[in-house]
Design a protein around this ligand. Sequence first.
Ligand code: PLP
Length: 372
Amino acid sequence: RRLRIFGGPHEPWIQAEGRRLLLLSSNNYLGLGTHPAVKAAAQEAVARCGVGSGGSRITTGTSEIHVGIERRIARLKRTEGAMVFSSGYMANIGVIPALAEEGDAILSDELNHASLIDGCRLSKASTAVYRHRDMNHLRRLLGETKSYRRRLIVTDGVFSMDGDIAPLPDLLELALKHRALVMVDDAHSTGVLGPKGEGTAGHFGIGHGIDVQMGTLSKALGAEGGYVAGSAELMDFLRNKSRTFVFSTALAPASAAAASAALDIMEKEPGLLDSLRSNGLRLREGLSLLGWRVAPGVTPILPILIGDSRRTVAAALALEELGVLVSPIRPPTVPEGTSRLRATVMATHTPEDLETALAALGEAGRRLGMIP
Ligand SMILES: *Cc1c(COP(=O)(O)O)cnc(C)c1O
């Protein structure tokens, strides 16, 4: 694998090594990474606070901007508190080992994101993996782990490579019955699901019962940084126990300010969420009509299943020749034999952009004999 060099911002059309390509693989779902008000907020923060935060959150790294974004996240998530980390990855590998220690058990969905898996690896707890979204399997594992002191169930809200959604109502019912804690990773749900972009809880209309809601400021919110939201007690605990919070320099002021502005815009411009949803539906429908195998769903992540990893890379290369950038996803990111193109839409794609994408996907698929 090699790193590609992109010029300019993540917008629907992107400059890549001298060419202009239609970007169908960004996590900047709402296009907020280039929104004028978001950029202005970041610039203002740099002017006021400089570029670095100068210390760990627990020493001298906490500024008003950090407190502001935390209040803003807690309001969105309707929790007592929130805390930010320098990335979502750092949040996951800091929070899981703090919550689950030796003598505890973690129950983890088999398709969870690598950062959740690494959090489990760093923890001294035993980890049991349940089949993807399989609540009967989870129920059995909860039965088998009764003797552990504390149980923690961890799941992606929206699964990053599949775009499907964790069955949270059923999962919470099981957790309640077995007195297990629940941690949901909303990296691809915040700014995507729920009437106001609240995330997975908002999607299901769940008001309480999720102990830990984590997520990132780097996807739909277009900035950078990670967060955890939950009770005031949980925040107190994690401020002291989470090693990536204590021993790593705080999020840059510009990132925190940008994310705050992005949250404001998401609230003030609900049309962005509507466009994201209708763009997802349009592309999904168009792909199915072309004969591509794409799983049904309501998120902006559209996995186009191909299977073989070489054929998947060939499809991505053919698309690029036709001017469309879609990420080929192979093992170890996904299980062997399930390689796929991971297409994502943005709220800022126009209907013409989507037709351009579908024309290329049709052409590439027919050329490679992957669709009729
Ligand atoms: C991207 C992602 C993360 C990590 O977030 P970063 O802010 O990019 O470090 C965590 N969990 C999931 C499910 C993700 O997709």
